[in-house]
Design a protein around this ligand. Structure first.
Ligand SMILES: NC(=O)c1ccc[n+]([C@@H]2O[C@H](COP(=O)([O-])OP(=O)(O)OC[C@H]3O[C@@H](n4cnc5c(N)ncnc54)[C@H](O)[C@@H]3O)[C@@H](O)[C@H]2O)c1
Length: 371
């Protein structure tokens, strides 16, 4: 592996003098070149993204708009499950995004919840970026950070845009305090949210204590309260973040939401469908979200229809749908592969610009069709 000495153009992978025998032979004018293949570590990903919350939220918004305009391909995620390890899974998210990003690819992300007991993060992931013109993969990136970043950026964007008609929240509550909760807090703080009170509830006291320590060290301020009671957390917060690993709803009481909070339902399966039916519901993508036993999926089953949905986040960004200020608002994002691609391509271009791409020489070795 070598460090690439040259910077890469912002929107296309760097092209080496690869091989173009077919186009040359067929007389086409544009040469086809195979891009070099780079491996980008988690440390490089983190350096490229750290402290750039506002820039990443803009990128995520632009990608939602591309997706909403149809300039993307985002088929259903594929869930690989194991009969002998029922709580674990690996998900494949293939996608293609157009616009100025113009890249195809695949996120391959595993969730092994038992890792947490050993102090190892639950999720691990890689992201493969494929060249738009040749289809050749040109980068493999550590992607648990990219995944957490795009999820948190999407949550911060939703908190801003779905909350514009109501007072800025001052009391935030976190249900579930793992890596995703930490990233969401970082993105909220990094995009201008300031909280007087931060409430925390987790079924694991160790996780809640670890999150409290993170909050204290983050310097974000605010009085921190660890709630034993989920009801107290809901009732005392005007912005709620669900980032648990619950597989079935554990919050059922509609009356807890009488003060109409804004809810970022990132973990998708925490709220009983009855709560959604009393709320204005926004998703990232309707077809994606009404699957896999999510709370919106349960609400669809219960009612036999989709009338309980108010729209997508893109409907709100584009001004097609208004958000009520006098109802509970729930955002349930399934998590789109196009967001991983957009953030991954951003990271690739930043690392290339810094001249720090670790190119694997001769990764693709059979490059002459006829030898
Ligand atoms: N929608 C998206 O785009 C998206 C993207 C990434 C992750 N996620 C989801 O976010 C969730 C959190 O991910 P993570 O990596 O932070 O997980 P994690 O395992 O690090 O943390 C989850 C925490 O939730 C706690 N918990 C479990 N059940 C709970 C309950 N009923 N009440 C309160 N706390 C509870 C656990 O004790 C743990 O501390 C996962 O469900 C993951 O699938 C969603």
């Amino acid at each position: 592996m070598t460090t690439s000495p040259t910077a890469t153009p912002a929107t296309t992978p760097a092209a080496t003098p690869g091989v173009a025998p077919e186009s040359a032979q067929s007389g086409q004018s544009a040469p086809v070149t195979v891009p070099p293949f780079a491996v980008i570590s988690g440390a490089q990903v983190q350096r490229a993204l750290r402290g750039r919350e506002e820039r990443i939220v803009e990128l995520v918004e632009a990608t939602y708009r591309l997706h909403g305009a149809g300039d993307s391909v985002n088929p259903p995620s594929y869930f690989l499950r194991f009969p002998d390890r029922p709580t674990s899974r690996i998900i494949a998210l293939p996608a293609s995004v157009g616009g100025g990003v113009r890249v195809d690819g695949l996120k391959w992300i595993s969730s092994f919840p038992q890792n947490v007991a050993a102090g190892v993060p639950r999720a691990s992931a890689v992201l493969i970026l494929n060249d738009h013109d040749t289809g050749y993969p040109f980068a493999c990136l550590e992607s648990s950070i990219i995944s957490a970043t795009r999820t948190a950026a999407s949550a911060a964007l939703a908190a801003d845009r779905l909350g514009r008609g109501r007072p800025r929240p001052t009391r935030v509550g976190f249900f579930g305090t793992g890596l995703i909760a930490r990233y969401i807090h970082t993105f909220l703080a990094g995009t201008g949210f300031a909280f007087e009170h931060i409430g925390v509830h987790d079924t694991s006291p160790e996780s809640a204590a670890g999150f409290r320590t993170y909050l204290e060290q983050s310097g974000a301020g605010g009085v921190i309260t660890v709630h034993e009671s989920p009801e107290q957390l809901v009732r005392t917060c005007d912005l709620l973040v669900f980032a648990t690993v619950a597989g079935t709803p554990h919050v059922h009481d509609v009356s807890w939401f009488a003060h109409h909070p804004l809810v970022l339902h990132v973990s998708l399966r925490d709220l009983a469908p009855e709560i959604l039916l009393e709320s204005a519901n926004f998703v990232d993508d309707v077809e994606h979200c009404l699957k896999a036993e999510t709370s919106p999926h349960l609400a669809e089953r219960l009612t036999g229809g989709r009338d309980f949905l108010s729209g997508t986040l893109d409907d709100v960004l584009s001004g097609r749908t208004a958000v009520p200020a006098d109802r509970t608002v729930v955002f349930s994002p399934f998590g789109l592969g196009v967001l991983d691609l957009a953030v991954g391509k951003f990271v690739h271009d930043e690392v290339a610009r810094a001249g720090e791409l670790h190119v694997v020489e001769d990764f693709f070795h059979e490059l002459r069709r006829y030898g």
